[in-house]
Design a protein around this ligand. Structure first.
Ligand SMILES: Cc1cc2nc3c(=O)[nH]c(=O)nc-3n(C[C@H](O)[C@H](O)[C@H](O)COP(=O)(O)OP(=O)(O)OC[C@H]3O[C@@H](n4cnc5c(N)ncnc54)[C@H](O)[C@@H]3O)c2cc1C
Ligand SMILES: *[C@@H]1O[C@H](CO)[C@@H](O)[C@H](O)[C@H]1NC(C)=O
Ligand SMILES: *[C@@H]1O[C@H](CO)[C@@H](O)[C@H](O)[C@H]1NC(C)=O
Ligand SMILES: *[C@@H]1O[C@H](CO)[C@@H](O)[C@H](O)[C@H]1NC(C)=O
Ligand SMILES: *[C@@H]1O[C@H](CO)[C@@H](O)[C@H](O)[C@H]1NC(C)=O
Ligand SMILES: *[C@@H]1O[C@H](CO)[C@@H](O)[C@H](O)[C@H]1NC(C)=O
Length: 572
């Protein structure tokens, strides 16, 4: 007894030393309502005053809908990325609003009469100024709160929401500024665009068109480049021409855990700049603006082709034929989406291709796809239902009016190395993999030919982009979707289907050590450190320690998340 008592102070000293970085011991868990350290109403009131009254309680999206004058959301609102991006409690993939893993599960469906808060934050700062962001960051740090950051709520891993958290919602940061000469460290880096995280890709394409410019961005309406897109990598149909979104970033402004606003570029805080380009969304601080290159706009051929498919065998066969022609666009550094996706109207799977080739005439654009089309027309069980070719200025070729979302969906993915398609038997391997994925319950197989070309040529850029991007040809996602009517045990099976089933199938094509794109991936990825970040992980860990020593910014499968439970609530 006496011996133990003399040891205790030593043990606690050792414990506090092991967690020591800023002189005080690290808290094991974040404060939640009911904890002595959780801020009282006065403290929240003070924060609210500091942020100009822009602190609001967050309600789950279905409750938000019921509070509307109509008493509900229309189907159009429910599935609109644009509509959801303005609502603090909304995620694009509605499964991430649910607290499936809370004890007991806390749920709120569209038709629920009683709603739990689920994984939706408790409060949100609807930030309008950098000072708002700084106040929220400091409040979370001082009160040991779980912090979440959201721009559009597009995240496919649910990383922009967390139970019992304080949310910083960046949707109101809508500034955009064009310049012909962006200067860093005295050097003129040329034509560039600076945007806040509330700016969506559709805004970028629309506004840059009026300036005769284009920037690298995916064909999504509401994804925020200054949110998660660039931190993950940012792929686009014009990436083979100009590289990844992150390859084109010149500077970020970011509020880090200390509350300071830092400029991160090639000369200032260049280690943070390294991490913010590919080191994963949500792990570094709150981005308040991002500046990236713009290029002169050009005309392109935009093609959409769609086949209705009678069977999984037909889907495999048409994907195999596609693989055979995968290098057909290389000469013009074309980009292409190739999706196996269900058509609601037809009630069957389809193979949908969207292709963009720069500076080609309509005839040239058609000629590039003709050998593929000739072979695809021979596939049994595949019927051509759409074939369009048109000339558009590139901004309009990439522009999307809205994103149709609002469903339950998870995914996993691999970057498929060029090597895999160079194998003699590549078409057969692809055919088998697609057929098996569909047989194993994949709801969609989403392929993007967005690598090679300049993405490979940018291998010498010093950033956190995993080298797997530089040797890849395509990025292939296996997605799983389910209806609200699914039981909890079915949902748990679906949520884990990628690593329990689809991954082994996909690896027949990608090989066992392929990397994956962290923004479109499986949150349960076993070795996410290597799969998402490759050899950069140790360096990212060091940068994280320097700028965020107490892990204020934690997201699932993000840098440092191995130190936390799945909610980012307690250290493990
Ligand atoms: C319909 C659809 C289409 C897509 N198309 C593409 C595509 O073509 N190419 C591509 O590369 N990706 C694409 N994505 C994936 C997209 O890049 C990611 O979902 C990305 O994380 C979205 O970022 P966001 O800020 O818009 O989303 P959010 O859900 O708001 O945030 C995503 C992540 O970024 C963090 N974050 C958000 N804002 C900030 C901020 N201001 N500072 C710091 N961290 C922040 C969040 O914490 C979270 O971890 C698509 C996604 C969807 C749903
Ligand atoms: C913050 O202040 C505004 C304006 O005074 C008020 O409408 C809002 O309800 C307050 N937020 C909270 C969480 O109390
Ligand atoms: C909600 O209920 C309505 C009417 O009962 C039904 O049409 C709709 O499909 C339900 N929606 C969901 C998401 O369950
Ligand atoms: C694109 O084509 C249109 C019509 O053919 C032409 O007027 C325009 O100048 C072209 N734009 C570019 C950037 O080449
Ligand atoms: C398109 O063609 C124009 C005119 O030849 C050229 O200046 C521009 O670099 C080309 N753009 C691309 C993306 O190839
Ligand atoms: C990468 O290599 C290219 C050509 O080899 C060169 O132009 C470019 O400056 C290099 N970039 C970096 C960051 O080293």
């Amino acid at each position: 007894m006496g011996r133990l008592q003399t040891l205790l102070p030593l043990i606690s000293l050792a414990l506090s030393l092991s967690g020591l970085s800023s002189g005080k011991p690290l808290n094991k868990c974040r404060n939640v309502p009911g904890d002595a350290g959780f801020p009282d109403a006065n403290a929240w009131g003070t924060l609210n005053e500091t942020v100009g009254g822009r602190l609001a309680p967050v309600v789950p999206f279905p409750e938000f809908c019921r509070s509307l004058p109509a008493g509900e959301c229309t189907d159009e609102q429910w599935t609109s990325g644009l509509f959801r991006s303005g609502v603090a409690g909304a995620m694009d993939m509605i499964n991430f609003e649910q607290g499936y893993d809370l004890t007991p599960p806390s749920l709120c469906f569209r038709n629920s009469t009683v709603c739990g808060q689920g994984d939706v934050p408790l409060y949100a700062v609807e930030a309008e100024t950098v000072a708002d962001v700084q106040a929220a960051v400091k409040f979370a740090a001082d009160n040991n709160l779980r912090l979440a950051i959201k721009s559009s709520g597009h995240d496919l891993l649910g990383r922009s929401t967390a139970p019992n958290s304080l949310l910083i919602h960046m949707a109101k940061f809508k500034d955009m500024a064009f310049t012909d000469s962006f200067v860093v460290g005295g050097e003129d880096l040329g034509s560039a665009l600076t945007v806040g995280p509330g700016v969506h890709l559709q805004d970028v394409f629309k506004e840059s068109k009026t300036h005769g410019k284009i920037a690298v961005g995916g064909s999504a309406a509401t994804v925020s480049p200054a949110g998660g897109y660039l931190q993950g990598a940012g792929h686009s149909l014009i990436s083979p021409l100009f590289g990844l979104g992150a390859d084109n970033v010149l500077e970020f402004q970011v509020v880090v855990a200390s509350g300071e606003l830092l400029k991160a570029n090639s000369v200032e805080h260049s280690d943070l700049f390294f991490a913010l380009r590919g080191g994963g969304a949500g792990s570094w601080g709150v981005i308040t603006s991002a500046t990236f290159r713009t290029y002169p706009a050009f005309n392109a051929t935009l093609s959409v082709i769609q086949f209705a498919l009678d069977s999984h065998a037909a889907a495999g066969a048409i994907a195999g034929v596609h693989a055979k022609h995968i290098f057909a666009l290389d000469a013009v550094r074309g980009g292409q989406y190739f999706f196996v996706i269900p058509s609601v109207e037809l009630n069957k799977q389809t193979f949908w291709l969207m292709t963009v080739t720069a500076n080609t005439t309509l005839e040239e654009g058609k000629a590039l796809l003709q050998p593929y089309l000739d072979d695809a027309m021979e596939v049994e069980g595949a019927t051509l239902i759409v074939k369009t070719f048109e000339q558009r200025v590139i901004n309009d070729a990439l522009y999307a009016e809205d994103d149709s979302i609002g469903e339950n969906s998870v995914m996993g993915s691999r970057l498929i190395p060029t090597e895999a398609y160079e194998r003699e038997d590549a078409p057969e391997v692809v055919e088998k993999v697609y057929r098996e994925l569909l047989d194993a319950g994949a709801g969609a197989i989403i392929g993007s030919l967005v690598a090679g070309g300049q993405v490979s040529a940018n291998a010498n850029i010093s950033s956190a982009i995993t080298p797997a991007w530089r040797t890849a040809k395509t990025h292939v996602i296996a997605a799983t979707v389910w209806p609200d009517s699914a039981s909890l045990s079915e949902i748990n099976t679906y949520r884990h289907l990628f690593h329990t089933s689809h991954l082994a199938i996909l690896e027949q094509l990608s090989g066992p050590n392929a990397g994956a794109y962290s923004n479109e991936a499986d949150i349960y990825e076993a070795d996410f450190q290597t799969t998402f970040f490759g050899p950069n992980y140790p360096k990212l860990t060091q940068i994280k320690k320097k700028y965020d020593p107490e892990d204020l910014f934690v997201v699932a499968a993000g840098v440092g998340s191995e130190r936390w439970d799945e909610f980012g609530m307690c250290r493990v």
